[in-house]
Write a protein that binds this ligand. Structure first.
Ligand code: SF4
Ligand code: SF4
Length: 172
């Protein structure tokens, strides 16, 4: 069989994305300052046959796919920060970040499918892409938009860790 001459992208071969991957990079300040409810980050850099992020978005903010294998791209102008994509993504790859939440605090809305389900007011460990603790956060709210046991947990965190926090761990 003839081998492809295309370069092989090994940037996510370890399975751990870094903050530089397409979809993880924060938009420019002039855009996020307008986003009082936040905007979506979609960390899904591989072509796979999947599209609930796009089909669930009520604002058309995930750019239309030419085919189902397309890599999702967010139109930040259209995104309302509603977090429906966070609840719909089977790969837990969608997040919403609100950098207008406070002077030093940001709000991160992330998917959560573990037990126990946290409650507003809980202090939690904020976990990075490697499973390491990036810092502490405070749960602001928990919703279940699709009523399918995937929760969307909103956590306030220090702004300087917002690009690292991708999960939470409840603490006793
Ligand atoms: S946060 Fe809401 S508006 Fe933004 S991409 Fe996700 S589903 Fe669409
Ligand atoms: S729904 Fe999630 S896993 Fe599927 S393409 Fe969209 S971001 Fe990737």
């Amino acid at each position: 069989m003839a081998s492809s001459n295309l370069p092989v992208d090994r940037s996510f071969e370890s399975g751990v994305l870094n903050g530089e991957c397409p979809g993880a990079v924060l938009p420019p300040e002039c855009l996020w300052k307008k986003k009082k409810n936040g905007f979506a980050l979609i960390e899904c850099p591989q072509r796979i046959p999947c599209n609930p992020c796009a089909t669930s978005c009520p604002a058309g903010a995930v750019r239309p796919f030419a085919d189902i294998n397309d890599v999702p791209r967010v139109d930040y102008e259209k995104c309302t920060g509603c977090a429906l994509c966070v609840a719909a993504c089977p790969g837990l790859a969608c997040f919403v970040v609100d950098l207008t939440y406070g002077e030093d605090l940001a709000l991160v809305k992330l998917p959560y499918e573990m037990l126990p389900v946290p409650s507003a007011g809980d202090e939690v460990d904020c976990v990075d892409r490697t499973g390491g603790v990036a810092g502490r956060g405070s749960v602001v709210g928990v919703s279940e938009p699709l009523k399918d046991h995937t929760r969307v947990v909103s956590v306030s965190v220090k702004k300087d860790i917002v690009s690292d926090v991708r999960a939470i761990r409840t603490v006793n």
